[in-house]
Write a protein that binds this ligand. Structure first.
Ligand code: ATP
Ligand code: MG
Length: 218
């Protein structure tokens, strides 16, 4: 049995066409069913639904043989540092967005940075934000949040946020402006190295099929 870890929402939705191109139909819609383990048209392939930030943990510890995780999640880490026990095998080019700095409309980010004043930054991505601002020599106070980052500058909790942006419409709706891109993000196929040894043939075939599907959709 091959177990693939996916998270509900855009990663699941964007993975479906790649799975289909690899000849795999997922048998249930996670938005309609409460099942966490879903069968596929291939009797030897199943999907497990986990939190986006839990995908690396599942793959690392062999709860899944492979999984799809955002580069943001992989780089930020999940407490079990370094991505040990995890091969990052393929950029799937899905769930594309960017990690950016945004501030309230009218906040002078450039001046704050130039003056060397401390910047209060709220984010779920404290490691990536710390690295980024340190590399620029900007002093920051980081405030860890788990969601609704857009609210922080509007309530005075922070001057800026570091968050994922795709169209920018969420920022706009909250009167925020993107002032700096930190990096481009897409989802990656990650594989458990032990599984790759034990189930070499079927896993290799699946990875190759994914690779072909990504190439044909580029
Ligand atoms: P959790 O529900 O576990 O807290 P989450 O809310 O971050 O995680 P999603 O919003 O579904 O879960 O995001 C999952 C992944 O999709 C992110 O890690 C990122 O790689 C990608 N992603 C997030 N936001 C966007 C976006 N606006 N556009 C494109 N991809 C995105
Ligand atoms: Mg979520």
């Amino acid at each position: 049995m091959i177990t693939l870890a996916l998270s509900k929402g855009r990663i699941f939705d964007d993975s479906l066409p790649l799975l289909r191109a690899a000849g795999i139909e997922v048998l249930e819609d996670p938005e309609k069913s409460r099942k966490l383990i879903i069968g596929t048209s291939r009797p030897d392939v199943r999907v497990v639904l986990v939190r986006a930030s839990d995908v690396p943990t599942y793959v690392q510890h062999g709860g899944a043989d492979l999984g799809v995780a955002g580069l943001d999640v992989l780089l930020e880490g999940n407490g079990e540092q370094g991505g040990a026990g995890l091969y990052r095998v393929l950029d799937l080019n899905i769930a594309r967005c960017r990690l950016s700095v945004a501030v309230r409309e009218g906040f002078d980010y450039a001046a704050t940075v130039k003056q060397g004043s401390r910047l209060k930054v709220a984010t779920k991505y404290t490691h990536l934000a710390r690295q980024f601002f340190a590399s620029k020599g900007v002093h920051v106070d980081l405030i860890k949040l788990y969601g609704s980052m857009e609210l922080a500058p509007l309530t005075g909790l922070a001057d800026a946020i570091v968050d994922l942006v795709s169209t920018g419409s969420t920022l706009k709706a909250n009167h925020l402006v993107e002032v700096e891109k930190i990096m481009d993000i897409s989802s990656r196929l990650v594989v458990n190295p032990a599984a790759l040894k034990l189930k070499r043939e079927p896993l290799r075939a699946l990875i190759d099929a994914f690779e072909a599907a990504v190439g044909s959709q580029a």
